[in-house]
Design a protein around this ligand. Structure first.
Ligand code: GLU
Length: 481
């Protein structure tokens, strides 16, 4: 039997990190077993589903490298299938029409609340006579279709993550609605549990891998599989993603959708890598950096934790840095150019390319996220530079001025500047002025970049020289000191 799994997002919001992580686990499992990964868009909720969310979801999955083998299939185009299944359930006596009004249901729930009972439908219309039905119809009531849930049933399955799970029928809230109201005796819009089961049967899904928040749905769905005489697939309920406080990560935590992470300058590879670690670990637990293909070779549900997975920004940042540092300079340059352009820096992406790559060579190893490059490289693009507080204080020393004027005059005889020239100038000034080399270098760095710390000084100097900025900066600093 070949493995067939699916990701079934509802387009009621942008691609959420929780859904994306579930997609990662499905994808890894499919690839590990040479199976098929299917994309199904669960858009039966007409009010909340939007085409722009569908687009965001498809783009997000594509960006992450989670390519699907079949789909996207849209539930909204498959309504006939759900209606047929509902009719079968009605015909076989597994489902019935319920005419309770919203007001009646509300009254029932408040009575239950007063008795301190959990809210549930009390199955009051399970055995209506044809006369009672006709009377409700005559009143103009529109029925929903409910599926019978036996309170005495114990539903048991062997979960690939959680082991044996058992659920009592009496904890499922009474007979469940599987289709909404519609006129006459037609069948209305199908609800989630029914549509999912009909689709999973039709698409021959062998393993249903989804978030732990669906456990109670799984119990209900197993009853539907049985009633529809279909084989029950395997289930894996993956741990929830938690915030710092240990609560389910939600919109209130700010960034939660994949497009947000993308905009923040995380790379797809790093984010996908990080998501595999949200609940799973490699058999070699020291190994944390891998591509999706590499993870797929080792993936198994035995190594998926059943406790919630805490979202750890530091770890994501670290992983992102690892990816950025490993990128070849030309590729990193390609990725940074749009950020510099958006920042309004002036350069020509073609003729300045060698200089840009030199700049990337310099700042690349310090990047955590792509947009960091804007502030890190600002001084190389702009004419003037503001001294930060530390650099300003440093420049108050008379020795700083001495060092800078000596460097400025040494530079007069250097129409071009090599790395060796730069080193020699620093050495000479240190010796002639009898200053500490550290002070000379800090003064030079402060004048050139406005800061006393930063990446390699000689490289920074050469980059500024190439833009004709080093002498200018020295003069500006001398004026101020
Ligand atoms: N549309 C459901 C969701 O987004 C799918 C759950 C499932 O995988 O069955 O949560």
């Amino acid at each position: 039997m070949s493995v067939r799994v699916r990701i079934a997002p509802s387009p009621t919001g942008n691609l959420h990190i929780g859904t994306a992580r579930t997609a990662v686990f499905n994808w890894l499992f499919a690839r590990r077993h040479g199976g098929q990964f299917i994309l199904r868009v669960e858009d039966t909720d007409k009010e909340r589903s939007r085409p722009e969310y569908t687009q965001n979801i498809l783009e997000g999955l594509t960006w992450l490298g989670l390519n699907w083998d079949e789909g996207p299939l849209f539930q909204s185009k498959r309504l006939d299938l759900y209606r047929k299944a509902t009719q079968t359930l009605l015909d076989k006596g597994f489902a019935y029409r319920c005419y309770s009004t919203e007001a009646e249901l509300e009254e029932m729930r408040s009575a239950q609340k007063a008795r301190r009972e959990a809210p549930r439908y009390d199955n009051r219309h399970r055995n209506l006579t044809p006369e009672q039905q006709a009377a409700f119809e005559a009143e103009g009531r529109r029925p929903v279709i409910r599926f019978k849930i036996d309170d005495n049933r114990e539903i048991v399955w062997n979960d690939m993550v959680r082991g044996k799970v058992s659920w009592r029928g009496s904890d499922l809230g009474g007979d469940m609605v599987i289709a909404r109201a519609s006129g006459e005796d037609a069948i209305g819009q199908p609800l989630y549990n029914l549509a999912v089961v009909v689709d999973d049967i039709d698409m021959q899904i062998t393993h249903v891998i989804r978030g732990e928040d669906h456990i109670a749905n799984t119990a209900k769905q197993i009853l539907l599989y049985e009633a529809l005489s279909a084989a029950v697939p395997e289930f894996a309920h993956t741990p929830l993603i938690l915030n710092k406080e240990g609560k389910k990560l939600s919109k209130r935590d700010g960034v939660t959708s994949i497009s947000d992470f993308q905009q923040m300058g995380y790379t797809a590879e790093a984010l996908a890598n990080y998501m595999t670690l949200l609940g799973w670990s490699s058999p070699d637990s020291t190994k944390e950096i891998f591509t999706l293909d590499e993870a797929a070779q080792e993936f198994s549900f035995e190594r998926v934790n059943n406790a919630g997975a805490k979202f750890d920004w530091d770890k994501l940042n670290w992983i992102n840095g690892q990816y950025l540092h490993a990128l070849p300079v030309p590729e990193l340059t390609d990725r940074l150019i749009p950020y510099w352009q958006a920042a309004g820096f002036e350069f020509d992406p073609v003729s300045d390319r060698p200089w840009l790559e030199q700049l990337v060579n310099l700042i690349g190893p310090s990047l955590t996220r792509l947009p960091d490059a804007v502030e890190m490289s600002r001084v190389f693009f702009t004419q003037t530079v503001e001294l930060n507080e530390e650099a300003g204080a440093h420049m108050q020393q008379a020795a700083a001025g001495d060092a800078l004027s000596a460097i400025a005059s040494a530079l007069e005889s250097h129409e071009s500047l090599t790395s060796d020239d730069a080193q020699t100038i620093i050495k000479q000034v240190t010796k002639e002025k009898n200053l500490k080399k550290g002070l000379v270098m800090r003064s030079l760095r402060a004048a050139l970049t406005g800061e006393v710390h930063g990446p390699d000084l000689i490289e920074s100097w050469l980059l500024l020289r190439a833009r004709g900025l080093d002498r200018l900066r020295l003069q500006q600093a001398l004026k101020k000191s």
